[in-house]
Write a protein that binds this ligand. Sequence first.
Ligand code: ADP
Length: 262
Amino acid sequence: ERSYRASASSVGRGTGLYVLLFKDQSETRRIDRMRADFIANASHELRTPLASITGFIETLRGPARNDAAARDKFLAIMQEQTTRMARLIDDLLSLSRLEMKPYLAPGAEVDVVKVVNDVLDSLAPLASENGLVIERRFTEETASVPGDRNELFQVFENLFENACKYGQDGDRVIVSIDRGHEGPTPTIDVTVRDFGPGIAEEHIPRITERFYRVDPGSGAPRKGTGLGLAIVKHILTRHNARLTIASEPGKGAAFTVHLPAA
Ligand code: ADP
């Protein structure tokens, strides 16, 4: 059952005009709960690497004090953990920055082809480190959409990074840009397709949630912060764009961004 709270506020002094705001309280409670969960998750994610670093410091100051080999190994692990924490803090800041300015600055236009090319050029080393060839299949030379260049850069960066991280079993990542439409609205569609393990159907509706990660199984370490796709979803909502995810487990995953064209 739902409960509603009405609050009255006056519109302009002395006009006698009142606006009634009906707020769905179960919705308010749901958001409060999500926020509390988010803080608990974020704290846990930061505490885990911190605990590991603290443990290694103690070992290095105590039992491993004079063990040069152990020192090198532990320092390498500690460095990895600090990188992970820094990454997590960057992602948390991105999310909170997005929440603080919920609307895009009007009027700006972005060439999606240029942004995608910039992302692929900057991440080419990551692709080759993972043994992946980047295949660009663009039907357009330029494709203008209303939007924020840096935010769209972050969207394609996250999708492409995931394709490199999770698509390692494949030999390539295909990035395509086509024209499409959503109902009557013309769109620019960007697809990032990898040939890794893909995503089981039951996880697909949830992977854009904050901190949602699929357990890689067999004790393999989780690779990311679980915030990348939440950031993607946030940015796309601001751009009136949609994300579709298609995957056949064992054969890879394809993420398509449908951006309303200028
Ligand atoms: P993370 O930082 O963990 O990569 P994301 O929000 O980017 O966080 O992704 C959430 C989860 O979705 C990942 O942990 C992974 O389980 C799954 N995922 C994302 N992209 C892919 C992909 N290309 N192939 C398989 N699984 C993916």
